[in-house]
Design a protein around this ligand. Structure first.
Ligand SMILES: [Zn+2]
Length: 216
C-alpha cells in the first residue's frame, strides 16, 4: 500500500463525517479521483453506513411498534377487566330479577283451624279467577311444625313441647302466582272466611328480597 493511500484511508472516516479541515478534504478528494483502491474502500464505508442507518431506523420502528403494542395490550386488558365486571353485574341483576319473579310471587295463605271445605273451595275459586294458572301446595299443621323445627336447626328441642295435641301452628297453602297478581289476590282473600292471615314478598324490592333470602 502506498504511503499516500494509508494517510487517505486514515482520513476517510473524518471525510465521511465532514469533520476534516479544508486542506485534508482536498487531499482526500484529489486522491480518490486517481486511486481505485481507496475509492473502493470509501464506497464500502458508505454502503456500511447506509446499512447501519437502515438498521437503526428499523430498530426505532420496532421500538415504536412495541410501545404501541404495550399501550394497546394494557388498554385491552383494562377493557377486559371492565367488561368482565360489567358482565358479572348484569348477570347478577338478571339472576336477581329472574329469582325474584319466580319466588316473590309465592303467597302463604294461613287457614283457620275450623275452616270448612266450602270456604276452601271459595278461596281457591277466587284465586283462580285472578290467576287461572295459580298453583296451590298444601301444608298440614304437622308439616308446618316440622318445617319450623327444620328452621330452628340445633335449637329444635325448644319446640319439643309441641306435638299433635297442642300444635299451635296453622295449616296453610303456598300459592304460586306471579308478583303482579299477588297483591290483588291478597286484597280479595284477606276478608274471606277461613283465612287467618296472608304473607308474601310481592311488595318487596327485588334486591331486599334476595338479601333477606340468602343473607338472613
Ligand atoms: Zn489510494
Amino acid at each position: 500500500m502506498k504511503r499516500e493511500c494509508e494517510i487517505v484511508q486514515d482520513l476517510l472516516f473524518g471525510y465521511q463525517d465532514g469533520t476534516l479541515h479544508e486542506a485534508s478534504k482536498d487531499l482526500v478528494e484529489e486522491h480518490l479521483k486517481k486511486c481505485e483502491e481507496c475509492r473502493r474502500i470509501f464506497s464500502e464505508m458508505k454502503k456500511d453506513e447506509i446499512e447501519v442507518d437502515k438498521k437503526e431506523e428499523q430498530e426505532q420502528e420496532i421500538d415504536y411498534l412495541k410501545k404501541v403494542n404495550k399501550k394497546m395490550s394494557r388498554k385491552n386488558s383494562l377493557l377486559m377487566v371492565i367488561g368482565t365486571i360489567l358482565g358479572i353485574i348484569i348477570l347478577l341483576n338478571v339472576g336477581i330479577f329472574v329469582y325474584y319473579y319466580s319466588e316473590a310471587g309465592k303467597v302463604q295463605i294461613y287457614l283457620n283451624d275450623d275452616i270448612t271445605q266450602e270456604q276452601i273451595d271459595n278461596i281457591k275459586n277466587s284465586v283462580l279467577k285472578i290467576d287461572e294458572n295459580a298453583k296451590f301446595e298444601y301444608y298440614s299443621k304437622e308439616d308446618a311444625l316440622n318445617k319450623l323445627k327444620e328452621r330452628f336447626g340445633d335449637n329444635k328441642e325448644l319446640l319439643s313441647g309441641y306435638g299433635e295435641d297442642n300444635n299451635p301452628l296453622n295449616t296453610y297453602y303456598v300459592l304460586d302466582t306471579n308478583v303482579e297478581k299477588a297483591k290483588d289476590i291478597e286484597n280479595i282473600l284477606k276478608s274471606m272466611q277461613g283465612v287467618k292471615k296472608i304473607t308474601g314478598f310481592y311488595d318487596t324490592n327485588p334486591y331486599i328480597f334476595m338479601f333477606s333470602k340468602f343473607i338472613m
